[in-house]
Design a protein around this ligand. Structure first.
Ligand code: 13P
Length: 248
């Protein structure tokens, strides 16, 4: 079994000074950490992070990528530009982008494709809203979201990382129970198995109010291969504690 993968998603937080201080505290406390780790930072700070992370065990990640290759797309950042800055992972299809920026399943699938073509591992996010869960639509929604990415990426699908992030659990302090997370992760694993002989290579992360107190129980589930962490990744002691839990 591959080492767990713990990814901090800083979202739209930070400054040159704050990033340097958070990173130095995290990197300084990583003795004994054996899980895989990454931080996904705002794109303007990728160059700063590239130099701060050089030679460390923490990989660099971006939070989004353009669905286009290059050209007249003002404000967009391409996958090859990210690659230029040694970006290893890129979140695609985060619910905040689906919700506030109108990203469809198709756009998300194209973004995953662009990342893979540039040698970047897309962290593809799927997840249901509270209304969808209450309507019993959880499986239908996450399967539809993943199906689009499978369809666009064919046999390369075993190269992605998948993140199950129930929208109702993001930034709310409400966490899926370990059993709720495992149930959806198992559905996603089965869908991957039907698409590729290498489904076990895909790390399926849980995200949504994961913190130092609940990480161990979530990570103990069979199909929970790591975490995608928002708020708790902005506090060095909390993030470090989770990295250590994932290293057990
Ligand atoms: P929180 O951990 O703040 O709930 O955010 C989760 C998330 O959206 C990570 O991508």
């Amino acid at each position: 079994m591959a080492a767990k993968l713990m990814v901090g998603n800083w979202k739209m937080n930070g400054s040159l000074a704050a990033n340097a201080s958070l990173l130095s505290e995290v990197l300084g406390g990583m003795g004994g950490v054996t899980c895989r780790a990454a931080v996904c930072v705002p794109s303007v700070y990728l160059a700063q992070m590239q130099s701060l992370l050089a030679g460390s065990a923490m990989a660099l990640g971006a939070q989004d990528v353009s669905a286009h290759e290059d050209g007249a797309y003002t404000g967009e950042v391409s996958a090859t530009m990210l690659r230029d800055l040694a970006v290893r992972y890129c979140i695609v299809g985060h619910s905040e982008r689906r919700q506030h920026h109108g990203e469809s399943d198709l756009v998300v699938a194209s973004k995953a494709q662009r990342a893979l073509a540039a040698g970047i591992t897309p962290i593809v996010c799927v997840g249901e809203s509270l209304a969808e869960r209450e309507a019993g639509q959880t499986e239908v929604v996450v399967k539809r979201q993943l199906a689009a990415v499978i369809h666009a990426n064919g046999h390369c699908i075993s190269e992605i990382v998948l993140a199950y992030e129930p929208v109702w659990a993001i930034g709310t302090g409400l966490t899926a129970t370990p059993a709720q997370a495992q149930q959806v992760h198992a559905v996603l694993r089965a869908q991957l198995q039907a698409a590729t002989a290498h489904a076990e290579r895909v790390s399926i992360l849980y995200g949504g109010s994961m913190n130092a107190a609940n990480a161990a129980d979530l990570l103990a589930q069979n199909d929970v291969d790591g975490g995608l962490i928002g708020g708790a990744a902005l506090k060095a002691p909390d993030f470090l504690s989770m990295l250590k839990t994932a290293s057990r």
